[in-house]
Ligand binder design. Structure first.
Ligand SMILES: NC(=O)c1ccc[n+]([C@@H]2O[C@H](COP(=O)([O-])OP(=O)(O)OC[C@H]3O[C@@H](n4cnc5c(N)ncnc54)[C@H](O)[C@@H]3O)[C@@H](O)[C@H]2O)c1
Length: 364
């Protein structure tokens, strides 16, 4: 039985809890949160035996095998490094860190520890994403040439997830001082991961970030300065020669949480649209279908989610590919996106070979 502790008892901790409950062979024995009483309430509501207000106390007192780091972004590095240092396996929330330097430190520490380390890029849980990636690797659309990918949310205009003006779970996401890298860090990391998982490593990024006025006095809500970016548009060049447009915003009325990638090759196209289906993607391949602009739906078999793969990796000792190195590579995309915006120029992605996925899509 894998004994788990959850660090951070906010919204996403509930998703972790729901998933671990479904998995045989693991149990959540403790949770913690720095907000007084929050972990205790979470423990009571979710049937977790112990709760703490300091994650180090939890690590001191509980005989854990692994932790899930589900804190606000700024503390992912500190909590993960502490847990790895104590010989625990770690599933860390995305983005892996708030700086490339921290992401690289975490990856080196994870490698040195020999423990299972994963980053929770949750859209990899989709059978459609898994199926589309396998099809592209198998050559279903020929040479990958052009990609368009977007991740759109609307919570700055819609109240579907609450009102960000009230100092709730959304507000820290608007403030750099509270550890947010804006929409780029929050969901840009998902779309960069998805597009590079589908199409291969990115070689160069030219990005524009924008923070639009939200109409609050001095662009503040309480202690939160509303200075984090809320839209970005990137032109990406891939190592295999393909190019792509990647963008995200929190201002997309009519889109709750909408992720889409369309990939065009010299032998056809693949369209992954998670709003439409989590398990199906569409293809336009074969000369006849291409001539008629005819799309076919591919139904994908179920694939294990990140949480299941984390527990399996611990049980078998076989590392999972969605590891901290993947998180660090995506962190490099975030870092060079910010650099590109700052410099007003395209930035090459400088990563050593140990951080690149390589593989059949990688021809540079
Ligand atoms: N994988 C996904 O699809 C997905 C979806 C949503 C959120 N997330 C990520 O999950 C993380 C948490 O997001 P959330 O929506 O639950 O945010 P949240 O603000 O609701 O919860 C975060 C919690 O962490 C606690 N915390 C902060 N520092 C801590 C520390 N040092 N020790 C213990 N607790 C600490 C906070 O008090 C808060 O309760 C973020 O990194 C976010 O990016 C991932």
């Amino acid at each position: 039985m894998v004994r788990l502790g959850i660090i951070g008892a906010g919204g996403m901790a509930n998703a972790h809890m729901d998933r671990y409950r479904e998995i045989e062979g693991c149990t959540v024995v403790a949770c913690c949160d720095v907000v007084p009483g929050k972990a205790a309430k979470f423990a009571q509501d979710r049937g977790v035996p112990s709760s703490y207000e300091d994650y180090r106390a939890m690590l001191d007192h509980e005989a854990l095998d692994a932790v899930a780091v589900v804190t606000t972004d700024a503390t992912h590095a500190e909590c993960s490094l502490e847990a790895l240092g104590r010989g625990l396996h770690v599933l860390c929330e995305k983005p892996l860190a708030t700086s490339l330097e921290d992401a690289l430190r975490m990856t080196e520490a994870a490698r040195a520890s020999g423990r299972i380390n994963m980053v929770n890029f949750s859209y990899r849980n989709s059978a459609a994403v898994q199926g589309a990636a396998a099809a592209i690797r198998a050559g279903a659309i020929g040479r990958v040439l052009h990609v368009e990918a977007s991740y759109l949310q609307s919570w700055l205009v819609s109240r579907e997830w609450g009102d960000w003006r009230t100092g709730n779970h959304l507000t820290w996401r608007l403030s750099t001082r509270h550890g947010s890298a804006g929409v780029l860090g929050d969901i840009g990391c998902h779309i960069y991961d998805m597009v590079s998982y589908l199409c291969g490593d990115i070689a160069e990024i030219q990005c524009r970030l924008r923070t639009f006025s939200k109409g609050e006095p001095n662009e503040m809500v309480g202690e939160y300065a509303l200075d984090a970016n809320d839209s970005f548009v990137s032109a990406a060049s891939f190592c295999n020669g393909a190019m792509g447009a990647v963008h995200s915003t929190r201002w997309a009325s009519g889109q709750v949480n909408s992720l889409r990638a369309r990939i065009y090759g010299d032998g056809g196209a693949i369209d992954v649209e998670l709003d439409r289906s989590w398990d199906e993607y569409r293809t336009c391949t074969g000369q006849e279908a291409i001539d008629r602009h005819d799309w076919r739906t591919e139904v994908c078999p179920p694939s294990p989610n990140n949480y299941q793969r984390f527990i399996t990796a611990i049980q078998t000792g076989c590392p999972d590919p969605c590891d901290f190195a993947v998180g660090a590579r995506v962190q490099a995309y975030l870092h060079y996106s910010q650099e590109s915006d700052r410099l007003g120029a395209a930035c090459p992605i400088r990563m050593t070979a140990g951080y690149l996925a390589g593989g059949p899509l990688h021809v540079a």
